[in-house]
Structure formats: structure tokens, C-alpha cells
Design a protein around this ligand. Structure first.
Ligand code: PEP
Ligand code: MG
Length: 323
């Protein structure tokens, strides 16, 4: 089976009815681009940049990676992908990704509902501006898409846009070389999935983070073993939010991808194709298995079948039915 899958590595992911599908890699470090290329990824759909900030040696804790160190890391990632696009997500620490060295938060608070991701960045604009300048400078070396995690509010979108402008102005002031990035937002809070019009006014593309979207839709802490049995990607409410996000982006001609675990789970490949998704980002180890599903799929038949899954009382069962 492994050998058979390996032969798919250089085969383009095109469905039986001729639909081209982008299978992209999720990475945590610039070196991971090696594995992404080996797996046949056509780009990086999610570079979780927080891993540059986490788990640093004790002597480095006092110093988060500065602009130069981040610039070099982002540049290595984009050069590593040899001309293919790289989506860099700004720092998403807090909750399940604690940042050592920052003050411990009070234990009775739920960090998943607290200061994490873009909320953290907006609370520390100097840190955020440093990261934005580093990403913009790396964009002079290849195609970088800038992705913002955990947005929910119009005010957060406005503040983020203003800080991106500020970062560019700072680079202009010192005559630094930088490139332009497409701008994207993660859809991973139900409030965002329910206010897509607002997001599509400001962003070039959306990326659906199903890991958090499931957590927040179902009120299930993704790190809590005691409720893990209720963490259900096939819950009708989750599927509805995913389906509506894909449909609205397609209606408006905007890019949309899924970068949560659902994108790499072959249980959901036919469903996501049927809902119109053409961009999947996942751990490189999943790419060949998903590609095999894509090669067997006929999207002209999957669309009606997918609507049936959405309307089923038991979507997990409906997913197993033949098309
Ligand atoms: C997600 O929430 O689905 C996602 C891709 O982001 P992370 O898993 O890093 O929170
Ligand atoms: Mg997330």
C-alpha cells in the first residue's frame, strides 16, 4: 500500500471529471518544507509560526525571536518551497500552545477562551509589528500569503489592517525591501463563520481551522480527555458552518481552504470535494492518501451526495454511503 501511494507523489491531484485540487502542507518549522516537497505538496497552506517562539532554551527565553531571526526563518521556508506559495500564520500562542517565559495565567480561567492568537498579538503590538515586518521582508523572496488566526470581531480586523499598514510604513521609513502578501483570515470561531460578509470585505482568502471550529461550536475543550468522545467533526452544526464558508467564498470568487485535521482525514475528502473545496492543507504524511481519494472522485456526482450528508440526521453514517 505504501509503495503504491508513493507512486502518486508526482501525479497531479485531479478528479475523474477534471477538477484540479491543491494539496498543501501544514508545517511548524522551515526545515519541514523538505518533507512537504517529498510528499508532493504544491505549497504550504499553514506555517504555524508560533513554533518559532515555543520551546526555546532557557537562556533564550528572555528573548523571543527578533525581526532578523524571524525573517531568516520565513525566507528559508519560502525558498525551501522553490517558488510555490507559502501561507504563514501569525503567532497563535495561548491555550493548547503555551509560550514559556510569559506569565502563567490564573488557573480558573479557560485559556481556550482567553488571550490567544490574534488577541495576544493585538495586546502586544510591538511583538506583532516585529513579526509582520519579518513576514513582509520574506515576501520579497517568494509568494507569501499572510494568515491571521482567531479573528471574530470587526474591531480586530480593523486593528490588524492598521498594524499591517504600520509595519509597511516602518519598513518604508528605513528603505527596507519587502513584498506584498495576499491576506487571509482563519475561520475557526463560529462567530466568524456566521459573519462571512464582513471577512470577505477585507480578506483575499479564508482558511477554515476545523480543530478550533469544532471546539468552539460544540463547547468541547480540544485538550480535555474527559470530553474527547464528544469532539465530533461530523456534527451537523460543524458541517453546516464549513459548507456555508466554502459556498460563500466560491460565490464571491475568493480562495478558501481547510487547514484543520479534517482536511487530512480521508473520511471527509469526498464530502469536502462535494461542497466545492479545491484546496486542502494537512500534515505531509496525509497527502498521498488524500490524493488517492481525489483521483477516484467525480465532483459532478459528489455535489448532490454532499448535500444529502449535510441534511442527514446522522452525517457520520451518511458519509459511509456510496455516492
Ligand atoms: C485549526 O484550529 O484547525 C488550526 C488549523 O489551527 P491550530 O490547530 O493550530 O489551532
Ligand atoms: Mg486553530
Amino acid at each position: 500500500e505504501r509503495g503504491r501511494l508513493a507512486r502518486l507523489r508526482h501525479k497531479p491531484a485531479i478528479t475523474l471529471d477534471g477538477e484540479r485540487v491543491d494539496l498543501l502542507a501544514n508545517i511548524e518549522m522551515p526545515e519541514d518544507t523538505v518533507g512537504a516537497l517529498k510528499a508532493g505538496a504544491v505549497g504550504v497552506g499553514l506555517f504555524r509560526s508560533e513554533f518559532l517562539f515555543m520551546g526555546r532554551e532557557a537562556q533564550q527565553l528572555a528573548r523571543l525571536p527578533d525581526e532578523e531571526e524571524q525573517y531568516q526563518a520565513y525566507r528559508r521556508a519560502v525558498e525551501g518551497m522553490q517558488g510555490m506559495p507559502v501561507t504563514i500564520r501569525t503567532i497563535d500562542v495561548g491555550a493548547d500552545k503555551p509560550l514559556d517565559g510569559k506569565s502563567a495565567r490564573q488557573e480558573h480561567l479557560n485559556p481556550a477562551l482567553g488571550l490567544r492568537a490574534i488577541r495576544w498579538s493585538l495586546a502586544d503590538p510591538a511583538m506583532f509589528l516585529t513579526q509582520l515586518r519579518a513576514i513582509l521582508r520574506a515576501a520579497a523572496h517568494g509568494e507569501i500569503h499572510l494568515l491571521i488566526p482567531m479573528l471574530a470581531h470587526a474591531t480586530e480586523i480593523r486593528q490588524t489592517m492598521a498594524l499591517i499598514d504600520t509595519a509597511k510604513a516602518e519598513l518604508d521609513a528605513r528603505s527596507a525591501v519587502y513584498g506584498q502578501c495576499k491576506l487571509g483570515a482563519m475561520i475557526e470561531i463560529p462567530a466568524a463563520a456566521l459573519t462571512l460578509r464582513l471577512f470577505l470585505q477585507h480578506f483575499d482568502f479564508l482558511s477554515i481551522g476545523t480543530n478550533d471550529l469544532i471546539q468552539y461550536t460544540l463547547a468541547i475543550d480540544r485538550a480535555d480527555e474527559a470530553v474527547a468522545h464528544l469532539y465530533d467533526p461530523a456534527h451537523p452544526a460543524v458541517l453546516r458552518l464549513v459548507a456555508d464558508t466554502i459556498a460563500e467564498c466560491r460565490r464571491q470568487g475568493k480562495g478558501v481552504s481547510v487547514c484543520g485535521e479534517m482536511a487530512g482525514d480521508i473520511t471527509f475528502t469526498r464530502l469536502l470535494l462535494g461542497l466545492g473545496l479545491r484546496s486542502f492543507s494537512m500534515h505531509p504524511s496525509q497527502i498521498l492518501a488524500v490524493k488517492q481519494e481525489v483521483l477516484r472522485a467525480d465532483t459532478s456526482k459528489l455535489a448532490a451526495w454532499a448535500q444529502g450528508v449535510l441534511e442527514a440526521d446522522d452525517p457520520a453514517f451518511a458519509l459511509t454511503l456510496p455516492v
